[in-house]
Design a protein around this ligand. Structure first.
Ligand SMILES: C[S@@+](CC[C@H](N)C(=O)[O-])C[C@H]1O[C@@H](n2cnc3c(N)ncnc32)[C@H](O)[C@@H]1O
Length: 530
């Protein structure tokens, strides 16, 4: 059994003013509270931690809070070191391990945000840290065996906001802080550079990181107001291709920005923002998002439809349904119906879908275009890294993708279908599209050209592949693929001829469909004999 449920929009007040996760933060004295996670929050006031430790005997009893924050930082460093150890070991053996993100999001890691930031920053500085350690020559054999932890602590000592003060490894390295700092100075001189950023640039020649893309949620704020707000702290440009997308400098840290925490903007990559834009749903349409969690494209569709009409967001995975619901809630969209089940199990002939005019199909894929997002480019062997998806897995994905695309095309009133993947593999892209072309043609569909000004088109493996849209992981810093099918009798409408000029990898484990207590009855019927 699977579950269908009507998404109930949240009470408005949840989005107003100081909201969402912020409201959970204890309002008073948040900076040193015992629950503090060391990296993700404002760093504690340095003077309390400074090497001289000049706390007077009559200092008020701040100790427990001080120790809680320090302990939290200590645990975060251990958690980060464990993740780093796994990643570096896999990388050294050229063995596919889970991505940094998936390691950090495993249940055993408590301080996920802090750990993720610490691992990424340490990896980014890793070559510099290694060089500094070599010049300083401070490690004895005991600490050489604990290199990942040493790297993490060195990052904190040399570049981090906090100065570690508890923990054996921390104390060992803090006693050698002067040697580490003077080795860093020596390294800058040797490499003839003035800043650590230049050093990092030298050690990562391809490390010109991706800009930070921000999609404005036009359901809550208009683009110009968002630009004005963000410009207070960042250099902001409007993207040339997607109108509601803004481009900020690489590494812009927005995680605590009020526009983000209250859902007025979403951190959404350029490629991901192009799928909904390619579909171009009109306000008032009914649209089906076939594989929707975590819902970035779903809420983008809602914004493009100006909150009007209806979106049915289908998702198979129960855990991911929760993320989808969270995204919807954050976006403020009130026209999205969540459908927990298998897209392939939906009956296209059911009256529930009689008015569906557009389908976005962004199915599970290998994610081979998202190497940069997986942060593999930070690994020492990044130039040699190839995502080693075995051909059996790719084949299985392609089988599902073909079925899902054929299914999408079979909804009777559908006139526009976008098929997108964050894969660069032909088997998941051009091959899937070409396999459904006879069916598409028999149903009156033609391939249309999303973003006609865009240079990179499909691989020339069948006639018509020039309509397909590709982004390249090197040139465009992420790999992505879009195919747009439009019903032939709709091709002349202004919408389709004036197409805009302008990340997932999950196995589908269950096929059964379960119903939620508050299933929408129409949806129940839609499942046909299930
Ligand atoms: C690439 S992700 C979608 C990302 C999403 N479009 C976004 O932009 O946020 C693919 C999703 O499809 C879901 N999925 C896989 N097989 C499915 C199926 N048969 N029916 C519905 N959803 C499915 C996966 O659980 C996963 O959440």
């Amino acid at each position: 059994m699977a579950r269908f449920k009507k998404y109930t929009p949240p009470a408005k007040k949840q989005f107003s003013g100081a909201e969402s996760h912020k409201s959970k933060t204890p309002p008073a004295k948040p900076r040193f509270s015992g629950t503090e996670s060391h990296k993700s929050k404002t760093p504690p006031a340095k003077p309390q931690y400074s090497g001289t430790e000049s706390r007077k005997p009559n200092t008020p009893p701040a100790k427990p809070k001080f120790y809680a924050a320090e302990r939290s930082a200590l645990y975060a460093r251990r958690e980060a070191a464990n993740v780093l150890r796994t990643v570096l070991r896999g990388d050294a053996e050229r063995r596919a391990v889970a991505s940094i993100k998936s390691l950090v999001f495993s249940p055993s890691v408590r301080n996920k945000r802090g750990t993720f930031a610490l691992v990424c920053e340490t990896l980014k500085h890793l070559n510099v840290i290694k060089d500094v350690l070599e010049i300083a020559n401070v490690l004895n054999s005991k600490w050489k065996k604990q290199e990942p932890l040493v790297y993490i602590i060195c990052y904190d000592i040399l570049f981090g906001k906090d100065t570690p003060s508890i923990g054996d490894a921390e104390k060992f390295l803090m006693r050698r802080k002067d040697a580490l700092l003077s080795s860093l100075a020596t390294l800058l001189v040797r490499k003839k550079v003035e800043s650590v950023d230049q050093l990092i640039g030298l050690s990562q020649p391809n490390g010109d990181f991706k800009p930070r893309y921000v999609r404005v949620n036009t359901l809550k704020i208009d683009v110009d107001s968002a630009v004005k707000e963000l410009e207070k702290h960042y250099t902001v440009k409007k993207d040339e291709t997607v109108p509601d997308l803004l481009v900020l400098p690489p590494g812009s840290d927005l995680h605590a920005h009020p526009l983000l925490t209250n859902g007025r903007i979403f951190l959404q990559g350029k490629a991901s923002s192009m799928a909904a834009a390619a579909l171009q749903p009109e306000a008032g349409w009914e649209v089906l998002d076939a594989c929707s969690a975590p819902g970035n494209k779903t809420v983008h569709l809602a914004a493009l439809m100006e909150g009007q009409g209806k979106i049915i967001a289908c998702e198979l995975n129960e855990e991911r349904v929760k993320r989808l619901e969270h995204t919807i809630k954050l976006s403020g969209a009130t026209n999205i119906e969540v459908c927990h089940g298998d897209f392939l199990g939906l009956n296209p002939k059911d009256t529930s879908f009689a008015k569906v005019r557009a389908i976005l199909l962004d199915p599970s894929c290998s994610g081979s275009g998202t190497i940069t997002d997986r942060l593999d480019h930070l690994l020492p062997s990044h130039s040699a890294v190839k995502l080693n998806y075995d051909s059996i897995r790719l084949h299985k994905l392609a089988v599902f993708q073909k079925k899902a695309l054929a299914h999408a095309l079979s909804f009777p009133q559908v006139e526009r279908v976008v098929y997108s993947t964050c894969s660069i593999d032909q088997i998941e892209n051009e091959d899937v599209v070409s396999s459904v072309l006879p069916l598409a043609s028999s149903l009156g569909f033609k391939l249309a050209t999303p973003f006609p000004q865009w240079q990179r088109r499909g691989l020339p493996v069948f006639a018509g592949s020039e309509h397909l849209f590709r982004m390249d992981p090197v040139e465009d810093k992420e790999g992505f693929f879009i195919a747009l099918f439009v019903k032939e009798n709709k091709l002349d409408t202004p919408k389709s001829s004036e197409l805009p000029q302008r990340v997932c990898r999950r196995r589908h484990k269950q096929r059964s469909i379960r119903f939620h207590p508050f299933i929408c009855p129409k949806m129940f019927r839609a499942l046909g004999g299930i």
